[in-house]
Design a binder for this molecule. Structure first.
Ligand SMILES: Nc1nc2c(ncn2[C@@H]2O[C@H](COP(=O)(O)OP(=O)(O)OP(=O)(O)O)[C@@H](O)[C@H]2O)c(=O)[nH]1
Ligand SMILES: [Mg+2]
Length: 323
């Protein structure tokens, strides 16, 4: 696709870190404003340099507070940081995004930090694409680190963090749910386990529970990454954050030195394509309800002339091989 001069100069402004352009690009992509595909292509071509860090864990485990503390430490080390916080709780309370602004608010006057909160509310399974788009814009804006925060419940949320180069799974002592969550698939996902709220009792118990689960994993072959367990306090007098950044940097070095970086980059590309294709398919199916042929097909299922499996497969084939 040829990119118009207009999109090119827009992307150049974004690459220069021009904040209004960054905000506008994220909004244009989110709203699928005419020309958004062209813009998306140009941004994608301009990116690929950011280190993407995914943070997931139980609701309320302190992810946003941790992102704030992590950002502070990354800034000390001279890194520019973009943040995308996906907020499922806002669909219930409507207040969580405001909460994030407060928790990450100390960075609002820092031109080298950009925070974007996204809400699940009202989006028709469109949150994956909205998140990927925001990451694409922040990558094109040449942030050194782009942090993506999602709650680790539900496959879509988990897939979102899997586009990261490094995945942090946050657990909290005394929560109880953590071990269940980790067993439910977050264990393999974690490059680094963070035990946050380490100021609370029972922290050592949780650390040893996680460590013993990790040792149950198949014996690491050489060149294998063994996920460290890092204890943190993310609040006012944070601790363990420097150790967390050190662990992140070690993981980045490991990815680079073992060739796993290419593997991750490929995995991220595949997840993006699959997730967006899924969303497009869901949307097209939604659009279909107005069409006569679709209504006829449903009628044939209603009257038991045909079964739902056959009709659904036929619909999907229609998309796979458009006439
Ligand atoms: N004691 C203690 N409290 C913490 C720590 N980190 C965060 N909190 C508190 O935990 C609560 C939840 O923190 P958030 O950062 O909103 O947690 P979250 O995981 O982002 O929450 P959701 O995005 O809603 O899932 C807040 O009241 C924080 O002040 C910590 O290290 N120690
Ligand atoms: Mg949060």
């Amino acid at each position: 696709m040829t990119v118009s001069l207009d999109a090119m100069s827009f992307v150049e402004r974004i690459a220069d870190g021009h904040r209004p352009s960054i905000a506008q690009a994220i909004s244009l992509l989110e709203a699928r404003h005419p020309g958004f595909e062209e813009l998306g292509e140009a941004l994608w071509a301009a990116g690929g340099t950011a280190r993407v860090i995914g943070i997931t864990g139980a609701p309320g485990s302190g992810k946003s507070t941790l992102v704030n503390a992590l950002t502070r430490e990354l800034r000390v080390r001279g890194r520019r940081v973009g943040i995308v916080a996906v907020d499922p709780s806002s669909s219930i309370s409507g207040g969580a995004i405001l909460g994030d602004r407060i928790r990450m608010g100390e960075h609002t006057r820092d031109g080298n930090v950009y925070v974007r909160s996204l809400s699940n509310r009202g989006s028709l399974g469109g949150i994956s694409r909205a998140t990927f788009d925001a990451v694409t814009v922040l990558d094109a804006a040449r942030f050194d680190d782009v942090i993506v925060e999602t709650v680790g419940v539900g496959q879509a949320e988990v897939d979102i963090v899997r586009v990261a180069h490094s995945v942090l799974v946050v657990s909290v002592p005394g929560f109880g749910d953590d071990i269940q969550m980790i067993k439910a698939g977050l264990l393999e996902l974690a490059d680094i386990h963070v035990v946050n709220k380490a100021d609370r009792p029972d922290v050592h118990k949780l650390v040893s529970e996680i460590t013993s689960m990790l040792t149950l994993e198949p014996r690491p072959e050489s060149g294998h990454w063994s996920p460290p367990v890092v204890e943190t306090v993310a609040l006012a007098a944070p601790s363990g954050i420097d150790a967390l950044v050190d662990a992140l940097n070690l993981h980045t070095d490991w990815l680079r030195s073992t060739g796993k970086l290419e593997e991750r980059t490929r995995r991220a590309a595949e997840i993006r394509v699959r997730e967006i294709a899924k969303e497009l398919l869901v949307e097209s199916l939604q659009d279909l309800s107005a069409e006569d042929t679709f209504q006829d097909a449903i009628a044939s299922v209603t009257s038991r002339k045909r079964g739902p499996c056959v009709v659904a497969a036929e619909l999907v084939r229609c998309f796979a091989v458009p006439s």
